[in-house]
Design a protein around this ligand. Structure first.
Ligand SMILES: [Zn+2]
Length: 368
């Protein structure tokens, strides 16, 4: 280690049980942060501050102005730039002694094993169940440690799986055998979030990662830390290893990453690649403050606006002679809404999987 490094990390090297040996361990470690959002931002900053030698940042999104109140790694001037590029730029300025690897992709069953390969720990900083289970199963099958957390409004939870040491102790599938339906829990965009909440949970993820890398004790197997930041009450919930678990139990059902098991497109979901806008009545269900795109000014598209906040306990008026295409930001709110419409037999309604970005892509490809 050079003098700059010794000085940068001096105050933690002085800690009991840390020393130069601990710092060397961190320098030789590799951590992957999946999702550079509210959880990922503080996690990346603190792992960088601690001197983790290589940090992978995986995110396909761009920085938006509505991100900034919680995604504190990004600056105002970075709005519109890719998140991975902006994160790398920030960390290079903050701690040039470590390396950031940019992975500007969305994690999918096809690429997940490739993306996590070679890392000592994966931090799951994503916000949807399908990706969480995908990362969990891939980490289990590839014996890579996983630090997982999720938040909802003021409450969050944290789990740690030291799969590199032992895959026989249990996993998250022991508790949740099947992936819960998306839409059970609101996303940040519809439920609202105070920036400091993911800030605390992302910081806890960095803490548990450092403990794993240093071989220190941390949150134990089959345990969730639940922390309500409004009341400041915390509790731990333990679960037992399930001998019939589909992933880690005796009779293994999940033996490899099977694409169909994670990207479950519903019958009513449709990808922008298969959409001819002229055949649909288009409805934007985002809230007014989210509607910023240029294409909204194009009156020929006849985009109707019905905010999702008005649709939670009611259905929109559907005209049976028309076919409807609903879109939101990420395709999640429309998935919930159109799911309800289909249950009420309105099968002439569809949810655009890629959200507003999908509309932009259709219009771009029409121009070419
Ligand atoms: Zn299990």
């Amino acid at each position: 280690m050079n003098n700059d490094e010794l000085n940068f990390y001096k105050r933690q090297i002085n800690l009991p049980n840390f020393g130069l040996e601990g710092q060397e361990k961190l320098k030789n470690s590799k951590a992957l942060v999946v999702g550079a959002g509210g959880l990922g931002s503080p996690a990346i900053l603190y792992l960088s501050a601690a001197g983790v030698g290589k940090i992978g940042v995986c995110d396909f999104d761009k920085v938006e102005i509505t991100n900034l109140h919680r995604q504190i790694i990004f600056d105002y001037e970075e709005v519109g730039k890719t998140k991975t590029q902006s994160a790398k730029k920030k960390i290079n300025k903050f701690n040039p002694l470590i390396n950031i690897e940019e992975i500007s992709e969305s994690v999918s069953p096809d690429n997940v094993e490739n993306i996590i390969s070679g890392y000592d720990v994966v931090l799951d900083c994503t916000d949807n169940f399908a990706t969480k289970f995908l990362l969990h199963d891939a980490c289990y099958l590839n014996k890579i440690n996983l630090v997982q957390s999720s938040i909802y409004q003021f409450e969050g939870q944290l789990q740690v799986f030291r799969f590199a040491e032992d895959t026989g102790q249990g996993c998250y599938r022991c508790l949740w055998q099947n992936i819960p339906e998306e839409g059970c829990v609101g996303t940040c965009a519809d439920a609202g979030v105070l920036g400091v909440v993911p800030g605390i949970f992302g910081t806890l993820q960095a803490l548990e990662t450092i403990k794993i890398l240093l071989n220190w004790d941390g949150l134990v197997w089959n345990e969730s830390l639940i922390f309500d930041l409004l009341s400041l009450n915390s509790r731990k919930i333990r679960w037992k290893k399930n001998v019939n678990c589909p992933l880690c139990g005796g009779n293994k059902i999940i033996k490899q990453i099977n694409p169909g098991a994670y990207n479950r497109m519903k019958d009513f979901e449709i990808s922008y690649k298969d959409v001819d806008l002229t055949k649909y009545k288009i409805v934007d269900i985002r809230e007014s403050f989210e509607r910023v795109e240029e294409f909204l000014k194009d009156d020929s598209l006849k985009i109707e606006h019905i905010p999702y906040s008005t649709l939670q306990n009611s259905l929109p008026n559907i005209n049976n002679g028309d076919t409807y295409l609903f879109y939101c930001r990420s395709g999640r709110r429309t998935k919930e809404l159109v799911g309800r419409l289909w249950k009420n037999n309105y099968k002439n309604t569809f949810s655009l999987k890629e959200g507003a970005e999908g509309i932009s892509m259709i219009l771009d490809s029409n121009k070419k």
